[in-house]
Design a protein around this ligand. Structure first.
Ligand SMILES: [Fe+2]
Ligand SMILES: [Fe+2]
Length: 188
């Protein structure tokens, strides 16, 4: 399964692969997602190794055309098998990565739910929203459209968290986020 040397190989490979990603999906995003994934995995009794590996590898095809989750999932599985991870574990990582940009319900494997939620939780906080989400969309679309898209995404993801832990955490910042959003709406 996941030995110390495999952890290191996954870490090095993830860093190399995400190095050319856009400013939002950089190594900081990967490491934050992995930290959150471990925390959610413990709270939700999911497999910590699978959640961590899936989080580390989830955006390795972000800079490529097409469905980055489907492509990243296949590449991650091949990589894990190459470094000696067993087929069943590699397949569970593949599943989580494949679905991290897709809809599914709460009957899905818990590791899939944990990755999806870990990937999106930061943008539900005032810090994540202001620091990463807002500049990302403003840079891509300009001030007015960027603010509108960031706000739309905030609500889109907020309604879709799967695990009890993530739903609770996203709800903690609700009031502060309403103020942030009201301020932005007054601006556009
Ligand atoms: Fe992604
Ligand atoms: Fe991501």
């Amino acid at each position: 399964m996941f030995t110390e040397s495999r952890w290191q190989k996954i870490n090095a490979y993830a860093r190399e692969r995400v190095s050319g990603n856009d400013s939002y999906h950089d190594i900081e995003h990967t490491l934050r997602t992995a930290d959150t994934a471990i925390r959610l995995a413990v709270a939700e009794r999911a497999d910590r190794g699978i959640c961590w590996a899936a989080a580390m590898l989830h955006d390795i095809c972000k800079k490529e055309q097409g469905d980055h989750a489907a492509e990243g999932a296949k590449l991650a599985k091949r990589f894990l098998i190459d470094i000696g991870v067993d087929e069943q574990t590699a397949e569970r990582v593949r599943d989580a990565i494949h679905f991290h940009n897709k809809d599914f319900d709460s009957t899905a494997p818990i590791e899939r739910q944990v990755l999806w939620d870990s990937d999106k939780l930061y943008i539900e906080t005032p810090e994540g929203f202001r620091k990463r989400m807002l500049p990302y969309w403003i840079m891509r679309k300009g001030r007015k459209a960027g603010i509108e898209t960031a706000v739309e995404e905030y609500y889109f993801y907020k309604a879709r968290f799967h695990t009890k832990t993530a739903i609770k955490e996203a709800g903690k910042c609700e009031k502060e986020m309403e103020q942030v959003i009201a301020g932005l709406k007054a601006e556009v």
